[in-house]
Design a protein around this ligand. Structure first.
Ligand SMILES: NC(=O)c1ccc[n+]([C@@H]2O[C@H](COP(=O)([O-])OP(=O)(O)OC[C@H]3O[C@@H](n4cnc5c(N)ncnc54)[C@H](OP(=O)(O)O)[C@@H]3O)[C@@H](O)[C@H]2O)c1
Length: 378
């Protein structure tokens, strides 16, 4: 099936004739991701067209394309988040200007405060209980757009201008800004304080690694990074003496003991960034080590039910919070920390790739974790 913005998607995108671009198209979760020449997106009111410069391919992208992370509005150009140069903006758009380097968050909100609804563009994800509604369907029909492409048309409200980014010496590593922003949402919601003791479960993943970088920048006193992949844990340990690592043995009691030993006591905050783990053991080990009045933030992709006793939550006065995506203000504050050098992106191992062979790039991305990423530089 050929992907055509107007015919297949019923969007109001007007295509520029006689031009085209390369993009990764997902027709359905049975079809696999493929490279296709598609018409260039043309700007329209409320949106901006960007030349994509640096786009992270998350490790779980292949699983996602097969439907393993929930439904996706297809057919679509796939891809969440990224950094691009703004080429053109709608007449009513002021959030970004042509020539800006901007972050695409892919996170679209209705803005209706009475009953807010939110979706991810070019990816899986609907906020709340995850159920589609007339509003989320309309948002994903009108903005059927992803960032695994040479150019992308994005709603202006999902773009954040990054002043100074044009001079940033490691442009490909800026592909990690969307993941850092999502992680920063969790760190903000945890209210981690300078000097605080933090546990990150799933720290060997890319979101977990991002949490560690942000917590260091925020002045955490001790960070216990818990995961399985030894190379990933070593990279985290090399960042700073405040980072201590624990290799999970997939046993709640044993992991909890090892974490408490590494902390030298209880944790103020646990942030869980695990992928789709088959059990709750490691997540619960992170819960077990929280101090009285501690906070646990759930950020990852665990699809299990947590066995949390009512009286324990009450007597320990635990705050349990979910964290899904983050505001544009958080994204901008992440960029300011990167620009100022408080978050050092040279800690990343970035493998760059072009759009020519989606299958090979997904395989490469699947083999990455933690602070090693694959970035498309279309
Ligand atoms: N809250 C949000 O706003 C948000 C946004 C985007 C994504 N997510 C979710 O966040 C999750 C994490 O994302 P990610 O990019 O970091 O990548 P990820 O590849 O899904 O995995 C994260 C880590 O989970 C660990 N893991 C998986 N199963 C495990 C198990 N049984 N025991 C111990 N560790 C296990 C792996 O550690 P090892 O490498 O050590 O094996 C892996 O590196 C994703 O599943 C995604 O659904 C959430």
């Amino acid at each position: 099936m050929q992907y055509q913005y107007e015919a297949d998607l019923d969007t109001r995108v007007v295509v520029v004739q006689n031009r085209g671009m390369k993009a990764w198209i997902l027709d359905s979760t049975d079809a696999g991701l493929r490279l296709q020449e598609v018409p260039d997106p043309k700007v329209r009111d409320g949106g901006a067209v960007l030349q994509m410069r640096a786009v992270q391919v998350p490790a779980y992208t292949r699983v996602l394309t097969m439907g393993g992370r929930g439904g996706i509005a297809t057919p679509t150009v796939l891809g969440i988040g990224g950094i691009g140069r703004v080429l053109d903006v709608g007449d009513d758009v002021q959030t970004v200007r042509p020539g800006d380097i901007a972050l695409c968050t892919g996170f679209l909100e209705t803005g209706r405060l009475a009953d807010p609804e939110e979706v991810l563009l070019g990816w899986t994800g609907i906020a709340g209980r995850g159920a589609a509604s007339a509003a989320t369907d309309a948002m994903r029909r009108v903005w059927r757009t992803g960032t695994f492409a040479e150019r992308a048309l994005m709603p202006a409200s999902t773009l954040v201008a990054l002043p100074g980014a044009e001079h940033y010496p490691h442009p490909a590593s800026l592909a990690f800004l969307p993941w850092l922003t999502i992680a920063a949402g969790a760190v903000e919601r945890s209210a981690l304080r300078p000097g605080g003791r933090l546990v990150v479960t799933g720290a060997s993943g890319q979101l977990g690694g991002a949490v560690v970088l942000l917590a260091l920048a925020r002045g955490a006193g001790t960070i216990v990074a818990v995961g399985r992949n030894p190379a990933s844990l070593e990279r985290l340990a090399a960042l700073d003496p405040r980072v201590r690592t624990v290799r999970s043995v997939a046993d709640r009691a044993a992991d909890g003991e090892a974490i408490a030993d590494a902390l030298g006591g209880d944790a103020d905050v646990t942030i869980d960034a695990l992928g789709a783990a088959p059990t709750v053991d490691l997540t619960m080990a992170g819960f077990d080590v929280l101090r009285l009045d501690g906070t646990m933030v759930l950020l990852g992709g665990v699809r299990q039910t947590l066995p949390i006793p009512y009286d324990e939550l009450m007597h320990r006065r635990i705050t349990l919070r979910g964290s899904w995506m983050a505001s544009n203000e958080v994204a901008y504050s992440v960029w300011r920390q990167v620009r100022a050098g408080s978050i050092d992106l040279t800690a990343l191992d970035v493998a760059t790739a072009d759009l020519e062979d989606p299958d090979a790039v997904l395989a490469r991305a699947e083999a990455t974790n933690g602070l090693s990423i694959v970035a498309l530089t279309p």
